[in-house]
Design a protein around this ligand. Sequence first.
Ligand SMILES: [Zn+2]
Length: 326
Amino acid sequence: MAEYLTGIDLGGTNIKVGVVDQTGRIISKHSAPMGKPRTREEVLEKIYAATEETLRRAGMKADRIKALGIATPGTLDIAAGVVVSAANLPDWENVALRESVRKRFDIPVVLENDANAAAWGEYWAGAGKETSSMIMLTLGTGIGGGIILDGKLWHGFKDSAGEIGHVVIDYHGRQCACGNIGCLEAYASADSTVRRFVEAVKSGKSTNLERHVHEHPEEITSKIICEEALKGDVLSRKTLEETGFYLGVGVVTILHFMNPEMVVLTGGMIIGAGSMLMDPLKRVVEERAMGRSREDVRIAFARLGGDAGFVGAAGCALTVSGTSAS
Ligand SMILES: [Zn+2]
């Protein structure tokens, strides 16, 4: 019987694939390096090979899989099952990804934006279980977002909803990678946190990492800053607390605008920073969010870590296969 689900999380560095049951429990998982594919066909072959390997590890053939979901970066046309464009993969424009994978495995396939899929994973099987509305922020190079309202992913009119990283928090502020000025992402992403830290050191602030910053600034990561902060480095700690403050400013806007039951935060930096980041964030919410928008709202860290993408992709496939497509 086709009772399991498969999720694929397509990244520029790795392809993560998992087989899960209908509650989101992981049966098997596998991560394959993307390497340096040169053509669209080579990317597709890597996706197929990683999926086949995961099924092999689960001891299953594709006929045990009810549906398959693919989480992918880039601009999507979800209804058409097409990746319109994605920066990190070669020749990856107007790719009919859903149809290609469906043909290969002969099972229903759905496509989902990677940030949305990760949010759905946390909602379905992670931190947001038993909520009805949840917003997730993913902090990495940038800040991705996913919105779940009344038990459904909110895609927006042209599948472009959830760009929470580009909420403007300072109209005259820092330059954002998107071209706008003062976006949340330009202050509070993992990369922006590193940038603020390096700037502070170069402007003369003292830290245990002083030499490292002056000699190899490109090696500084948010993980290193977290580690130093935990060891007692004052500037590292202050930098993370500022990130928490900026995130709080962004979360206040989210609460006012959407009044969700829960806000979930994820990303490598988040896991390390813990209360250094969460305490100032919650303080801002306490001080600035209006009336009932903050009442009983839960703000928490994600639970699934790097598995959220493929778990969520599988969950999206279940949602679709359980209703219309099959
Ligand atoms: Zn922006």
